[in-house]
Design a protein around this ligand. Structure first.
Ligand code: ADP
Length: 492
């Protein structure tokens, strides 16, 4: 018995190995028949054939040519070319539909194949190794992805939305033609990211875009509105919204977004703001003289001592004060929107300011108790009037939204180089879903129990803008039905 040399495999083992290999078929180079000599199990499985059914038969006999495919990728043609050239030929993707015996129909199938020449003992090409992989799943997924992208593109075009995609690793930037159009260029103009950015002012880059990018690094989402100057010098407003994609190490690798031209609605908003500014400015003048007359009358009447008239004048004075607070609120709102709300930084004692605001508040609302125990002087650098305005808003809200005779607690303490001021009430409280929105412009909670309490939803918006301009933080903690604590903190 002679043992096979160590480096050659016995033929039966070699055949078994071949039959287990993925998608392989061995044909003889006997053109035009190309007799099938061996087939792997997986080849039989994907082509729904049996070894007995195909071995020894010609390739085209078993797999008739697909009439719809191009001649250049027909098996006969490829096999002949492999024999002629002695080179391997790959077909990365082609369609060959398979007959389904269950449904009696041909099913759409896509394949990728490779045809490798094998040289026989005489030095000529004797066989061809044909390996195929069923790539129907991949092709379908790709088609679906293209269809989704097309549908998205159509939807975006219909709504006027532009899309863009920035690779943060290699700075590769792609955008839809609509983006160039919004920025005042021709849809097919080629523009770099720097070219788009140059249409935004350096101030807006620093004050709007950079902070929103910083925020997006924390939340993953960004949204901002900014004005752009078009090549024809016209000014437009855009709204950009999108996401940042991070890798497994939380490194930002990609930014995707949409851009919408909001010039029209922005113009409406600017007109509305101008109107508010003008109306509140006009209302301010008669209010100031009304206040002066009431003060004059108060002085006169106090001397003559009629308690009824005296009382009525105090009440009239309080109402005029309330009205001026509202009018000044609107005036601040319009200053804020047009970027004219300035803060004048000066050192002052925050405890003194809090005590002053509490005294003023108690003058007009006598039905609540306000508790405040200042411990020591806390000197901060901030706009005294504006911080007073925030305190006043917290206190008047605490009074508005809590029952008569209840106690409001104010606290101020220094922690970690910051001063934190809080105002707590035991009033109606706020649901979590409303808490997130309270600091937005015009937001008011819709709730049966407070529907008769008047307000415009601008006090907290102004408060949050004022605190932001001091690089501080503002927040609320609250439980519905139990009460709320509004706080702000400022760097010392
Ligand atoms: P306004 O009180 O004039 O409506 P604000 O901006 O000051 O406007 O407040 C916005 C909303 O927040 C209020 O309408 C109210 O629903 C809610 N809110 C504010 N403070 C409190 C509070 N202390 N308790 C309960 N709800 C409050």
């Amino acid at each position: 018995m002679s043992a096979a040399p160590m480096h050659t495999l016995p033929e039966d083992i070699f055949r078994a190995a071949f039959e287990k290999s993925p998608g392989s078929l061995l044909v003889k180079a006997d053109a035009p028949r190309f007799t099938i000599l061996a087939a792997s199990d997986s080849y039989l499985a994907v082509t729904a054939t049996t070894r007995d059914g195909i071995l020894g038969r010609g390739f085209s006999e078993v797999f008739p040519e697909n009439k719809n495919i191009d001649d250049s990728i027909k098996a006969q043609h490829i096999f002949k070319k492999v024999v002629e050239t002695g080179q391997k030929i790959d077909i990365p993707s082609y369609r060959y539909d398979m007959f389904d015996p269950d449904t009696y129909t041909y099913e759409e199938h896509y394949w990728s194949c490779s045809n490798v020449p094998i040289v026989g003992n005489d030095g000529k090409i004797a066989y061809i190794l044909n390996t195929v992989v069923d790539i129907t799943g991949e092709v379908k997924a790709r088609e679906q992805a293209i269809e989704i992208a097309n549908r998205l593109r159509l939807a975006n075009e219909a709504t006027g939305l532009a899309t863009w995609d920035l690779d943060l690793v290699d700075n590769h930037f792609v955008y839809s033609p609509r983006m160039a159009e919004i920025f005042g260029h021709k849809p097919d103009d080629t523009l770099s990211l720097a070219a788009f950015r140059s249409q935004i002012t350096p101030e807006d880059m620093d004050n709007i875009i950079k902070p929103s990018f910083k925020q997006a690094l924390l939340t993953g989402n960004y949204l901002y509105e900014v004005k752009i100057t078009c090549p024809d010098t016209s000014v437009r407003w855009i709204k950009t919204q999108g996401v940042i994609i991070f890798n497994a190490n939380h490194k930002p690798i990609r930014m995707l977004g949409t851009v919408l031209d909001i010039t029209e609605s922005k113009r409406d908003e600017i007109r509305k703001n101008d109107f508010i500014a003008m109306a509140s400015h006009e209302l301010k003048t008669p209010l100031t003289s009304l206040k002066a007359y009431i003060q004059l009358l108060e002085k006169k009447i106090t001397k003559e001592g009629d308690p009824f008239i005296n009382n009525a004048l105090v009440k009239a004075g309080n109402q005029v004060n309330k009205m001026s607070d509202l009018v000044y609120g609107f005036l601040d709102l319009s200053r804020l929107e047009s970027g004219k709300l300035q803060v004048k930084i000066q050192p002052f004692d925050i405890n003194e300011l809090i005590t002053e605001i509490i005294t003023e508040t108690l003058l007009v609302s006598e039905n609540h108790k306000i508790v405040f125990n200042p411990v020591k002087h806390i000197i901060i650098n901030a706009d005294r009037d504006r911080i007073g305005q925030v305190m006043g808003n917290f206190l008047s809200n605490a009074i508005k939204y809590s029952p008569r005779e209840s106690t409001i607690t104010v606290s101020a303490h220094v922690d970690d180089n910051k001063v934190q001021v809080s105002v707590s009430d035991t009033g109606v409280g706020i649901r979590p879903k409303d808490q997130e929105k309270l600091f937005q412009r015009f937001y008011r909670v819709e709730n049966e129990s407070i529907k008769n309490i008047s307000g415009f939803g601008i006090g907290l918006y102004l408060a949050s803008e004022i605190i932001q301009r001091h690089k501080g933080k503002i927040w609320v903690e609250s439980k519905e039905g139990k009460g709320s604590t509004f706080s702000f903190s400022l760097p010392i």
